[in-house]
Write a protein of this length. Sequence first.
Lengths: 324, 132
Amino acid sequence: MDFPSPLSGDLVAALVFPGVLGIFGFLVVAIWLERKLVARVQWRYGPLYVSRPLGGLLQPVADLFKLVFSELVLPRHTNRLLFAATPILLFFAEGLPVVFIAAAPGVVMAPHSYGLAIAVVLVLLVAVLMVAMAWTEADKFTYIGAMREILLTAAYEVPLLLAALAMFLLYGTADPHKVVEVQSGLWGVLLNPLAFVVYLVALLMATTRFPFEIPEAEPEVVLGPYTEYGSTLFIYAFGANYVKLYVLSLLGAVLFLGGWLPAAGVLGVLITLAKMGVFVLPAMLVRAIYPRYRIDQALRIGWGQLLALSAAAVLWSLLAAWIW
Amino acid sequence: MITHLKLFTTAVKQLFQPPLTVRWPEERRNYGDRMRGFIVNDRSKCISCQLCEAVCPAKAIKFHLEADGRRYPGIDWGRCILCGYCVDACPTGSLQHVNNTEIVWTDLDVYKKPSEMDPDDAAPLPATKSLI
């Protein structure tokens, strides 16, 4: 890909999109968008006072500033090193899959023929860190939150993996460039709509968006695994969820929506960004639509309909690949 | 599946409704002229008959002596329920509602002391500017 000489594709990927700037920019925009969308559905204005001409876009930035300057409390009864380290680890571990996902031809940090498969596995591995974080906090709410996180992970993990697997089987490759190349005719969402539906629901579960907002159910367990954190550590702990949404939307855009097609270069990056909206906007909007499922209901969905659908998606892919 | 699609379409429809909430203080609702807001007393009409004190169900009105040697109704805003009985009872029309419910006391003593409200104070607040 042709960028000005000091900027190579992987450097752009690391620093701008889908790297550092993309992640932190997404953090601000996603929090603003979530509050704004929910407010508009409920006939309110939403955040407005900070930067009125921008519609309150700088409100999350102001909140982040406020959090940075608030007091950082490290409880004495915890392992204080781990207490401080786990949210930071979690944040960056959630962002790690981005390394293997391409946002445009050449704009990828580590091109690998199994790149997308590695990304999926990395996304699924991070749940361990979440549980570790909740455990180091040594608090009953975080403990209950961690248990719920484990249950939910058990519910979404297999369907998410199978949905991704269905697409890899269909495309016959897990290299982000080739996956997008294969989709130049028909997008993955049309080739295997079942896998897309499963992926969308599993994405909501993985990022604990609303109908599955069980680990951090506010009326029940305060804030679940994030309860004990304040100040900067709260940004890392709570932001990790948004980073996961970012990663899964990017992965979904490449897997199902043809990534940067039909363009390439800078325009391709913008198109990928726009396609991420297909996953991000519903994930933001569900907060205004659904109440929270009970744990057993979420598990029943995960192990029942979702697993059946994902198995059907794999079969569909096998059949389609066989016929094709 | 159909149910979920319906839910989403409903949410998207609501998305384009204009907001119902008011961005106070830049935006104010128009309550109309007959709003039972705060109550002011016109001293030139007041005959100190004390009917308002007698009729007040919340016992918010106390008469107090002023420098001109007469007594005027003072309203304890901590008790007043803005029912307007005193306005109705007033034989000369000196007690009147103003179309304003947004008055801020910056001093607790002034708020607690039964006194008349200066009609100037009862004028609507000037709109405050936004922070940025």
